[in-house]
Design a protein around this ligand. Sequence first.
Ligand code: KIV
Length: 294
Amino acid sequence: MNPANPNTPGTPYGTLPSASPLPQRKPISLPRLNEMRERGEKITMLTAYDATFAAVADSAGVECLLIGDSLGMVCQGLSSTVSVTLETMCYHTESVTRGLRRVQGTAWVIGDLPFGSYQESKEQAIRSASALMHAGAHMVKLEGGGWTTETVRFLVERGIPVCAHLGLTPQTVHALGGYRVQGRSESEAQRMKTEALALQEAGASMVVLEMVPAALSTDLTAQLTHCHTIGIGSGNGTAGQVLVMHDMLGIGLGKTPKFVRNFMEGQPSVKAAMTAYVAAVKNCSFPENALHAW
Ligand code: KIV
């Protein structure tokens, strides 16, 4: 018997936490994210890779869970995301969505298309996106600028919501020459604006802006009225924020990026740390442009 919930059988390995209070929580959907943006409420996102952490993040009020290919680094111990496979992404997406189902979670689930699973053709992209949707994702994310526009349009027209990803795109780290801030020069900034508007026009309803100067991401947010900007290392002017879960819990293996705050500090539990993250994003006390942005 599980003492927390007499209807849920206990197991020798424990039980998943229950999300509370259950009856008031409505599933997050694109219209609900649009409403949040309209009333100026920031959107919160964390990465999640397994059932238990997904359930905890959901119960802490995180609206969007990204099964990021960063799992290559934080779960598999790889040195970059480049060799993560679609099969692995599907495995973790299934784990996350099973965890959410167990606690009647409400989070919006985004599956990351890994390197090599969408670059070849629109047909390859829809096959890969379908695999992530079958695994339980509500939306897929893909990295890249102008060249992805037609792929985004193709997926969106066929009913797959898409999150784009501009700025530092880790799958192309070798071409970019390292994990560096993107969009610093006037010409790079102009190109990113053109690409962002083209992605919105193609139907992308979200775009992750990674390591983009705060002034540029604020400007992009003002221009992208139908596509929610989700920043990571891009200042506090975006519609929402995302962090890699291990980073914000202070358990990352490598050097902590400048844009991360350790939300575990002073908190008694992982759920409390995630709740603090949600509160800090919502009240705009995280990120601080002077500390966490360029
Ligand atoms: O893979 C990932 O976790 C990501 C986030 C850093 C946005 O793409």
